[in-house]
Design a protein around this ligand. Structure first.
Ligand code: HEM
Length: 427
């Protein structure tokens, strides 16, 4: 075995490849050996310590001083000089946002910006989410076959995010165009050419986000997180700076979009693979909130997250040095038998499903979690009501963008008999 920082690396640890087929197909299954035998290990190929058990992952999330979130959005593959130059040309200056900010700066900002995410405020957005979900289902409900990702699940959460942020309608189309997948660029192994293409889009996205922000500044009286943040800036200019507003204008869209699109695709796939559960929620839609939570636990869309160790410490009894980088595999924690009985099974009546760590935990826990939950509930309500006889197209191969963290099938083909649509019988 090789040695890293004086720690022996087991053969399995040195073979660990989060870009390989096994991890892509099922991250928690790919690290089951680790949960059972070596719950904290160093991966030489990645240069990260990997943490896979529930208690350890939660302990790392809980202490954001020892385990700094500053590397959460760092490119896991070093950026090429050409891509860096491209970003510079656009004056790209994405700063720390909330998710990768250390204390003492983080908490005062989080508190000031939280109100639009509270359940009372989110009630206001539900009719918009439902209207969008219905419009998209209308388009394919009589077709008998659809790729739910391409025809609904990619676009609806993006549009919801733009509404939530308060982007003016006339700017949505342009922002939608730039909201390309950031997954491979942040958490994957992009080729140098891919890096430059993404950098072009990121640069344009950044500039356009600035234009929209300037427009909103002229009249920040409207609904939405960004107008709200502009108003908060007037009271606390030292906490909410200009560059900060520009950064959250762009990062907010990314945070809300791909995570939710992937979570929805994972959930529908999982429920259709467990037909009896799908039929149960069709018969009793009151179970949908539980089903959403169990899907987020079993097949969440954020498979792993990152932290930087700021002082010599231990994780699960294993010494890790200051400066070490951690890959905390929250999807593995969510399938840890030590915390969840029959963890691989889908059980919508499980009493501790909400203990899952798909939204992280502690002071950085996802601010958008209730918006995401509401979207997933509305999608399931609309699909189970209008297409209860939906089924997966058999024998399709599901593909995933190779990366450590964002997870959802690129396509989700479903089929049904349109003549059997309930709305034909009961218009
Ligand atoms: C943070 C997951 C949807 C906004 C996070 C974190 C995770 C996450 C893992 C980091 C947590 C930590 O470090 O402890 C998800 C998943 C989603 C989702 C799985 C969908 C199923 C959303 C949506 C929004 C959003 C819809 C916004 C509208 C944020 C923000 C943070 C965050 C602002 C930073 C919070 C902070 O650092 O204080 N999310 N997210 N997320 N998320 Fe989400």
């Amino acid at each position: 075995a090789a040695a890293a920082g004086g720690c022996p690396v087991s053969p399995r640890a040195s073979a660990f490849d989060p870009f390989g087929a096994e991890y892509q197909a099922d991250p928690p299954a790919a690290v089951r050996w680790s949960r059972d035998e070596e719950p904290v290990f160093y991966s030489p190929s990645l240069g990260y310590w990997v943490v896979t058990r529930y208690d350890d992952v939660k302990a790392v999330f809980r202490d954001n001083i020892t385990f700094s979130p500053s590397i959460a959005l760092e490119k896991i593959t070093p950026v090429s000089a050409e891509a860096t130059a491209t970003l510079e040309r656009y004056g790209y200056a994405m700063n720390r946002t909330l998710v990768n900010e250390d204390e003492p700066e983080h908490m005062p900002r989080r508190r000031l910006l939280m109100d639009p995410f509270t359940p009372q405020r989110l009630v206001h957005h539900e009719p918009m989410v439902r209207r969008l979900a219905r419009e998209y289902v209308d388009r394919f409900v009589d077709a008998g076959k659809a790729d739910l990702v391409d025809e609904m699940l990619w676009e609806v959460p993006l549009t919801v995010a733009l509404h939530f942020l308060g982007v003016p309608e006339e700017d949505m189309a342009t922002l939608r165009k730039y909201s390309i997948a950031h997954t491979v660029n942040t958490w994957g192994r992009p080729s140098p050419e891919e890096q430059v293409t993404v950098a072009e889009n990121v640069g344009k996205f950044w500039q356009y986000a600035g234009t929209v922000l300037d427009k909103l500044r002229k009249d920040p009286s409207g609904h939405g997180w960004i107008p709200y943040s502009i108003r908060a800036q007037r009271e606390h200019p030292e906490v909410i700076t200009d560059s900060y507003l520009h950064s959250i204008m762009m990062a907010g869209i990314v945070a809300a979009h791909e995570t939710t699109a992937n979570a929805a695709a994972n959930a529908i796939k999982l429920l259709l693979e467990n037909r009896e559960v799908w039929e149960e929620i069709c018969a009793d839609p009151g179970l949908i909130p539980h089903a959403v939570e169990e899907c987020l636990r079993h097949s969440g869309s954020v498979a792993a997250w990152r932290r930087l160790v700021t002082r010599d410490t231990t994780v699960g009894g294993v010494p890790v040095p200051r400066g070490a980088k951690l890959l905390i595999v929250n999807s593995s924690a969510n399938r840890d038998e030590r915390h969840f009985d029959n963890a691989d099974e889908v059980d919508i009546r499980r009493d501790n499903a909400t203990d899952h760590l798909t939204f992280g935990y502690g002071s950085h826990q996802c601010m958008g979690k209730n918006l995401a939950r509401m979207e997933l509930q509305v999608f399931l309500e609309e699909l189970t009501r209008r297409l209860p006889h939906l089924e997966l197209v058999p024998d399709q191969e599901f593909t995933y963008v190779p990366n450590t963290s964002f997870r959802g099938p690129e396509h989700l083909w479903v089929q049904w008999d349109p003549a059997a649509n309930p709305e034909r019988a009961d218009p």
